[in-house]
Design a binder for this molecule. Structure first.
Ligand SMILES: Nc1ncnc2c1ncn2[C@@H]1O[C@H](COP(=O)(O)OP(=O)(O)OP(=O)(O)O)[C@@H](O)[C@H]1O
Length: 364
């Protein structure tokens, strides 16, 4: 199974740069999620890999073979589109036979359809036309169609979008099952950070025309390379505060957060920084006033609370900013109460205010 390498890809539409020297190197057979905001160029990147779009500059390699001049139909790539991509006048079975024409004889085609239909549970509607299928059934058929040719590179464009929660959950399992039973390099495009965290062996975050970071979900979450990556995953999102680093002291622009000592970043002059704290890194601070300033301490008013995935979720009004907090479910909090929270200095990220790159990695 090939790995795909994109080298310094440039692509503009109507003189507006979209991909700006994008580099990407996959691993063979991995399930890679390409994560980026709407309009960041995810579909364009898939289309460039598939051969449906030409880059203005840059190289495309399958293993070490330059495929830039290879036509889409010769690239051994399948693409599952955002829309279902099925022919409306053909039955499901006829739709599934379509990609196999000229590749397998009739008996081979039927046996392959039977195999995939079994895995994806679509045998009951092989004789129906797409119009007679529900949204979830259509999605499974569409996945079957993209898998049936058993291409070595499988591209999935927002495969879980527009499905309700339970269907999405079910279809997620279908995608994982298909990946295990019919291994191929899979590139799954989404703008949803949670989906990326659940699905990917690795996640590549596309931001401002380049891959800002490619790594395991865990490293993307806990060791983000910059502010954009930190914001791309996590629900509720990471909290970001403007601050200044002077020596090893951090002073916040927000009145509700006390200054703290954070060594590790050397500055002679005052440095504008952005401090990031994940919502789950906070705890309620019930201790007596501290003697050391190595913990971040924040005071605010609880303005909203609910239960989120079994945890106590809360929003704290802190000066002009709303702080997202996830606490243990045993914590009781009431709206309107003034609360003091703490977070270990080891869970505090510091990013450059200018450019957003990570300045140091928290140690805990
Ligand atoms: N053929 C084209 N001609 C002109 N502009 C295009 C073309 N294809 C894409 N674009 C523009 O490029 C930008 C990125 O599009 P693309 O579909 O690659 O983004 P995306 O990250 O997949 O977005 P979404 O998540 O909304 O699908 C958009 O502004 C889109 O309008």
């Amino acid at each position: 199974m090939p790995k795909v390498t994109l080298q310094k890809i440039e692509k503009s539409f109507q003189a507006r740069p979209l991909l700006c020297g994008l580099n990407l190197e996959t691993r063979p057979n991995e399930y890679l999620v390409l994560l980026g905001q709407s309009g960041s160029g995810k579909t364009t990147t898939l289309r460039i890999i598939a051969g449906l779009e030409k880059p203005d500059q840059g190289g495309i390699y399958f293993d070490d073979v330059d495929v830039k001049q290879v036509a889409a139909r010769h690239r051994d790539v399948s693409l599952m589109f955002q829309h279902d991509g099925l022919y409306p006048h053909l039955t499901v079975e006829e739709n599934l036979r379509f990609p196999l024409r000229g590749k397998l004889n009739r008996a081979g085609q039927l046996s392959r359809i039977e195999q995939i239909a079994g895995v994806l549970d679509i045998e009951p509607f092989l004789r129906r036309i797409p119009e007679r299928l529900s949204g979830g059934e259509l999605r499974r058929v569409s996945l079957a169609k993209s898998v049936i040719r058993q291409a070595s590179v499988r591209l999935l464009d927002e495969p879980l979008s527009a499905l309700d929660a339970s269907l999405r959950h079910q279809f997620q399992h279908d995608l994982v099952r298909i990946h295990r039973q019919f291994p191929a390099l899979t590139i799954h495009v989404t703008h949803d950070g949670n989906e990326a965290m659940r699905m990917g062996d690795r996640i590549a975050v596309l931001d401002r025309g380049v891959i800002a970071q490619i790594d395991t979900p865990e490293n993307i979450y806990w060791s983000p390379a910059n502010v954009s990556v930190a914001k791309a995953v996590g629900s509720p999102p990471i909290n970001l505060f403007r601050a200044k680093q002077i020596g090893d002291r951090v002073r916040f622009d927000l009145a509700g957060i006390e200054p703290l000592h954070l060594p590790g970043v050397k500055t002679e002059n005052e440095l504008d920084i952005i401090v990031g704290i994940r919502p789950e890194s906070f705890q309620i601070d019930r201790e007596a006033p501290r003697t050391t300033a190595r913990q971040l301490r924040l005071t605010g008013e609880c303005c909203w609370t609910s239960v989120f995935q079994g945890m106590r979720q809360m929003q704290l009004r802190c000066g002009s900013q709303t702080v997202e907090v996830l606490l243990d479910r045993s914590e009781t909090v009431s709206v309107g109460a003034t609360m003091q929270l703490k977070a270990s200095g080891g869970n505090v990220y510091r990013f450059e205010a200018d450019g957003g790159n990570l300045l140091d990695n928290p140690s805990e």
